[in-house]
Write a protein that binds this ligand. Structure first.
Ligand code: ZN
Ligand code: ZN
Length: 135
């Protein structure tokens, strides 16, 4: 998302909406698999040489459970609270910061559910679907 400073009136919080393709943001590595566009919805406000962006990023992501390896679609929502120094520039590119936020808020370990039982270490059965005789 590239913002034009001249289009932002000072001291007026303006609505801001943008949609990103996960691939365009270079987030399709490891297990970052977005099923939908990443949508930003919020506001932008300019006060002198400072630009503040508030809102949230939401999307749907396919994540694979680190215990049972099952992949499920989950809704993600990341709060956005960014401040930029305008520095007399005409345009401000916030794409890198958006990408950083998405990476920072990505859980390192995803579990399909808190109670996921994963695989049996001995027989390899998925204990969410079946039980086994191992101790
Ligand atoms: Zn699981
Ligand atoms: Zn077993």
């Amino acid at each position: 998302m590239i913002l034009k400073v001249s289009e932002l009136k000072e001291h007026i919080s303006q609505p801001l909406h943008a949609a990103y393709d996960g691939r365009a943001l270079d987030l399709e590595f490891v297990d970052f698999h977005y099923l939908k566009n990443i949508v930003f919805s919020g506001t932008a406000e300019r006060i002198e040489q400072t630009l503040t962006i508030n809102g949230s990023l939401s999307s749907e992501m396919e994540q694979c459970c680190s215990r049972c390896l099952e992949c499920v679609a989950t809704h993600i929502e990341t709060p956005v609270d960014l401040t930029f120094a305008i520095d007399h520039r005409d345009t401000i590119d916030v794409t890198d910061d958006v990408r950083d936020l998405l990476i920072l808020n990505h859980p390192e370990q995803f579990l399909c559910s808190e109670t996921c039982r994963g695989f049996c270490q001995t027989c390899g059965k998925n204990l969410n679907h079946e039980s086994c005789e191992c101790s």
